[in-house]
Design a protein around this ligand. Structure first.
Ligand code: AMP
Ligand code: MG
Length: 321
């Protein structure tokens, strides 16, 4: 998994200096970086380890590809019965549904039957018939949650959920909570390209985060911020080109085709899960609809033009046209 945002930090695999601690580990093929400032006597190594262990634990529960995960248990029982899940899985699905409602289904964790028709290695484009058939199984409205029993029911047989579009931001939230509760006074967690920052660095400095150019190398812009989450969705992460056309991994649940008009969307929000899901959602919605939502974004459109939402204009610095 390619990292989406470049982070202006010297986070090699392990770094310690004074009250600063940084460590990167690869989890599920994704680089996860935990960086924070804390008094040395608080054993930063142990705190970082706690983060990684927690992420591994929830990662097992939420992995679509693991037959023993809670997500697989929900999917295997679609059309049959409700499945009781852990608090984390339940909360994540609830957050995903809130974004589905807010974006009228542009973000939809039931999109998997459509997604599975695309083969990014074999460059397979599904037929219209295949898409029509799969679409019957796609709707967030067919997810039934029970708050009391913490159970999830997919009402149609063959339905499947996949939290790939929201889970990395959610993990950044969980890790930041651990760091804060352990006494860190500033920090940054990056799960792939889904980032969350808090507090200020030595010298009252903010965190400087770059947004990658969707084509070529380098960055299009950078932000100086804190106490927010930043997520980017891009058409360059997983894609194939056939007859000059690019087909990527962000699927419009209404058409079954990769969303058009945008190269990358970066969303800034208070919560990582929200930033992650909204970045995927805005990619599907397109620039015009993105502007109608109360969301702060940086969008690079299909011609390479950078669009910045009103609330971010004094925080985002464009470095390349
Ligand atoms: P992200 O990189 O966060 O934009 O997430 C992309 C991943 O989310 C894809 O690899 C799919 O697994 C899944 N996905 C694709 N399209 C959607 C969508 N419209 N709503 C929710 N998840 C999606
Ligand atoms: Mg996302």
């Amino acid at each position: 998994m390619k990292s989406i945002l470049f982070v202006f930090l010297l986070t090699a695999s392990l770094l310690k200096a004074g009250e600063f601690y940084g460590e990167t580990r690869i989890l599920w093929g994704i680089p996860v970086t935990v960086t924070f400032y804390i008094k040395r006597e608080n054993s930063p190594e142990k705190i970082a380890n706690l983060c990684f262990l927690k992420l591994k634990e929830i990662g097992y529960k939420l992995n679509y590809y693991d037959p023993n995960s809670e997500i697989s248990a929900i999917n295997k029982n679609s059309g049959k019965r409700a499945v009781k899940v852990s608090k984390e899985t339940y909360e994540l699905i609830k957050k995903a549904l809130a974004v589905s409602k807010m974006t009228k289904g542009a973000f939809d964790i039931t999109v998997r039957p459509l997604f599975n028709l695309w083969d990014f290695k074999k460059k397979k484009i599904p037929s219209t018939q295949e898409l029509i058939k799969a679409k019957e199984k796609v709707s967030y409205r067919s997810i039934v949650l029970d708050q009391i029993t913490k159970s999830v029911f997919l009402t149609k047989e063959g339905m499947e959920i996949d939290v790939g579009g929201i889970v990395k931001g959610f993990m950044a939230d969980i890790c930041v909570d651990i760091l804060k509760n352990s006494g860190a006074y500033a920090g940054m967690v990056a799960v792939g390209g889904d980032i969350k920052v808090f507090g200020k660095k030595k010298g009252n400095r903010l965190w400087k985060i770059g947004i990658r150019k969707p084509r070529g190398n380098g960055i299009v812009a950078f932000l100086e911020i804190t106490d927010v989450a930043i997520s980017t969705s891009g058409d360059y992460e997983r894609f194939f080109v056939k007859e000059g056309k690019r087909y990527h991994h962000i699927i419009d649940p209404h058409t079954g085709f990769p969303a058009k008009g945008i190269r990358s969307v970066t969303v800034i929000a208070k919560e990582g899960a929200l930033a992650d899901a909204l970045a995927t959602a805005l990619f599907v919605l397109g620039l015009k609809k993105a502007k109608s939502l109360p969301v702060e974004f940086v969008i690079v459109d299909s011609s390479g033009k950078v669009h910045i939402s009103a609330g971010l204009r004094n925080k985002v610095f464009i470095t390349a046209p």
